[in-house]
Structure formats: structure tokens, C-alpha cells
Design a protein around this ligand. Structure first.
Ligand SMILES: [Mn+2]
Length: 197
């Protein structure tokens, strides 16, 4: 059975298409018009082993905010769609990823309830190319709201803004992969005593 999601989202600010295959090989095709964000979504696909297509045409003449946020919303919705009934998966995942001097710790529960806890160094370069570094939390908030997962992302230390953001996306990718992967001991079993996730 295929675990894929496809979401099209069109507003007066943006036009977004996201396609995801959770059982892919990390093949990506990403174009949002924001170079660094493309680089981050590429990490998400590659290290999550998700096949991921993202095409966003946003109001970049204003700034990159709507483009980045709306893409994250569509990504969360597509991820949720692809997860389906969550039968037979691990449900929980965590991964710690260093990137030179920076470290990201990500833990996720595919719980059906949106909740984000996020900490990262306060002092960081404000921009990476066209990417506003305060958008990282906004991306995670948007993803969580639509994917309906509990997500804890911490960067206890780091100095270079590019590294601080990139290690978060890499660790997120790997944590989502571990949580969504089939648990061979739990085939046909829903990982919840509540009977629903
Ligand atoms: Mn916003």
C-alpha cells in the first residue's frame, strides 16, 4: 500500500504543491524561490528518505514570509495524509544531529495532536540569503499544526546561522523517518492504547 500525500494550496498570496512518498529513496524536486529554504527541504527529503516534490510560487515581491509559511502548512498536511491510519509504525522518533559547532535534538510523536516545543540560540544572524532565521520556528509551528504531531526541537548550542538551521532540518528529517517507518514487530497493530491516533 502506498503511503503518499498530495496537497495543493492556493491563496491570493501563494500557490503551493507538495507531493510526498514516505517510502521513497530521498529523491527531491524543490522550488520555492527561496534558495536556502529549498536547501532545507532538500535535506528533509534526503535524510528522511522521503520522495518529495515542492513547487511554490509566492508573493516574493513582498518578502519570503508567506512563501515559506504556506509551503510548511502544505508539507504538514501532505505528511499527515501520507501517514494514513498509522497502523504498524513506530510512532515515536528521535535523532540528534551535529553540524560542526551546532547541535540539534529532535523528538517527535505522531500523536494526532499538534504541539511544538522549540529552543535555539537567541543570537543568530537575522538572514541567510532571503531566509529570515526567525522563520524556522514559524515553519515548525505551521508543519506541526497541519501534521498534528508533537514535536520538540532543541539547539542547545551553535554559532553559525546556516549550521543552526540546517542541523534542525536534518534531525527533523531523521526523527520523522524513524517515527513513520514500519515496525516489523507491530505489523497490523496501532501503536496506541486509545484505539486511535
Ligand atoms: Mn505568518
Amino acid at each position: 500500500m502506498s503511503r503518499t500525500g498530495r496537497v495543493e494550496r492556493t491563496t491570493k498570496e501563494t500557490k503551493v504543491l507538495v507531493e510526498i512518498d514516505l517510502d521513497g529513496t530521498g529523491k527531491t524536486e524543490i522550488s520555492t524561490g527561496v534558495g536556502f529554504y529549498d536547501h532545507m527541504l532538500d535535506q528533509l527529503g534526503r535524510h528522511g528518505l522521503f520522495d518529495l516534490t515542492v513547487r511554490t510560487e509566492g508573493d516574493l515581491h513582498i518578502d519570503s514570509h508567506h512563501t515559506i509559511e504556506d509551503t510548511a502548512l502544505a508539507l504538514g498536511a501532505a505528511f499527515k495524509q501520507a501517514l494514513g491510519d498509522k497502523v504498524g509504525i513506530y510512532r515515536f522518533g528521535n535523532c540528534t544531529v551535529p553540524l560542526d559547532e551546532s547541535l540539534a535534538q529532535v523528538t517527535v510523536d505522531l500523536s494526532g495532536r499538534p504541539y511544538l516545543v522549540h529552543t535555539e540560540p537567541e543570537k543568530m544572524a537575522p538572514m541567510i540569503g532571503e531566509y529570515d532565521t526567525t522563520m524556522t520556528r514559524h515553519i515548525l509551528e505551521s508543519f506541526v499544526a497541519q501534521a498534528q504531531v508533537a514535536l520538540h526541537v532543541h539547539v542547545p548550542y551553535g554559532r553559525n546561522a546556516h549550521h543552526i538551521v540546517e542541523c534542525q532540518f536534518k534531525a527533523l528529517a531523521r526523527a520523522l523517518r524513524y517515527a513513520s517507518e514500519p515496525d516489523p514487530r507491530a505489523a497490523g497493530i496501532l501503536p496506541s492504547t486509545k484505539g486511535a491516533l
